[in-house]
Design a protein around this ligand. Structure first.
Ligand code: SR1
Ligand code: MG
Length: 403
């Protein structure tokens, strides 16, 4: 079974059965392919006798969301499994445990998290996750600090960057996030009702100047090892637990890209509340919860990151130069703002959308949500270099729903 081919459910069961010391000899294994993302096969294997379970995730040699016409490197499975192992060491308990990785089959065997919910689904259902801001800020602070030149041996960091050169997956981001939405592209996809707003993105010179700068930073800044696709579909949650999955887009890039991605996806749910909470007071209350979560993520991230810097900073000048930490955090917040904006815009007019908005059944409500998302996204992009505080991001979001 070692030559690459997409596994059948029967083969996945066979592989699971051969895992050392995992399932008991009398295990009765069942398998379901549950991959609902854009790229991979995900087999959920359960022993009906012991109740034990495991996930086998296999990369396909093409982008599933488009089909075989879009070939895609299998090396992303190695990148994902190596990133998960690093993240698990830096932020224990906040990613699934990796049991094994098979390079031939581009297959990772990992902890089953099906007692958690995909956060996007949980938010659509109106649930709240009191532990989330604390966990995700810990995950981002630890990973973005300890893989950067602030917190990691700087020679080892260069070698590590080499293991995370991820050109094909970066190219997807460069096209889908930092190019297509701002031009006429066959990758773009949007409802006819917002064609005017999509068209406006292609001619807005002020916007293009900011996107060009954010794109340049994405292409050239190797600040830290990023997750690279940290949206709410890449996060499993329970009331008291958070697990970040799917770092196949991992590479050394600008740290604000990950923070911005998380915030953008909370804001996409925020705009989608046009539908998901119909009653005004309940809608306002849930929106308040989402904005409080955005604020908590940034403020807790900032505090934890600075504390790690204080305790573990490896660079003499970065540690001691008066005003440097303040300058660094200000830049990071500005990048976060700009990338959050880019992430919102791409989910409305680009190739891959989000269920929070796409599954809104009423056309007018959906259109209003999409227009608000574009309003917030473009404002965040245009004002990214003026952002002084997380309150600036929240103000942009609040103003947009009043229109
Ligand atoms: C062709 S892949 C489309 C999107 O799915 C992933 O989750 C990334 O966000 C990517 O941009
Ligand atoms: Mg993914």
């Amino acid at each position: 079974m070692s030559t690459y081919h997409p596994l059948t459910e029967q083969e996945a069961i066979q592989m699971a059965r051969s895992l050392e010391n995992f399932f008991p000899a009398d295990a009765e294994l069942g398998c379901r392919e549950i991959g609902d993302g854009n790229l991979n096969l995900v087999f959920h294997i359960t022993d009906t006798v012991s109740g034990k379970s495991v996930i086998l995730k296999q990369a396909l040699p093409y982008a599933k969301v488009v089909g075989e016409s879009w070939p895609l490197t299998l090396d992303r499975a190695r990148i994902e499994s190596e990133a998960l192992i690093i993240e698990g060491k830096l932020a224990p308990g906040l990613v699934p445990q990796v049991y094994s990785y098979d390079p031939q089959l581009a297959l990772t065997v990992m902890e089953d998290l099906s007692n958690h919910t995909i956060m996007r689904r949980g938010l659509i259902e109106g649930n709240r996750y009191p532990q989330f801001a604390d966990d995700i800020s810990t995950y981002m602070a630890a990973n973005l600090f300890f893989t950067s030149d602030l917190g990691m041996n700087q020679q080892e960091k260069k070698l590590q960057s080499g293991r995370f050169i991820n050109p094909e997956l970066c190219k997807i981001t460069e096209d889908l996030i930092f190019d297509d939405p701002y031009t006429i592209s066959s990758n773009n996809s949007y409802d006819a009702a917002i064609a005017d707003a999509a068209q406006a993105l292609t001619t807005d010179e002020e916007l293009h100047l900011e996107v060009a700068q954010l794109r340049h930073k994405f292409l050239t800044s190797g600040q830290a090892l990023l997750h690279g696709d940290l949206h709410t579909g890449s996060i499993f949650v329970k009331e008291d637990s958070t697990k970040v999955i799917d770092p196949e887009f991992a590479y050394y890039g600008p740290a604000g890209f990950d923070i911005g991605a998380t915030i953008a996806n909370l804001l996409l749910n925020y705009v989608a509340q046009e539908h998901w909470h119909q009653e005004e007071a309940a809608r306002a209350d849930y929106r308040r919860y989402l904005l409080d979560t955005v604020r908590d993520i940034w403020t807790q991230f900032e505090r934890k990151f600075l504390q790690l810097w204080e305790e573990h900073g490896v660079d003499r000048l970065f540690n001691t130069a008066a005003g440097y930490k303040k300058w660094y955090m200000a830049q990071l917040l500005q990048d976060t703002t700009g990338y959050a904006g880019c992430k919102m815009v791409r989910r409305i007019v680009g190739l891959a959308h989000v269920a929070d908005i796409d599954t809104i059944p009423d056309a007018q409500t959906k259109e209003r949500a999409q227009r608000i998302a574009l309003q917030i996204g473009t404002e965040l992009i245009k004002r990214n270099r003026q952002t002084q505080s997380i309150e600036d991001i929240l103000d942009i979001a609040e103003s947009a729903i009043r229109i």
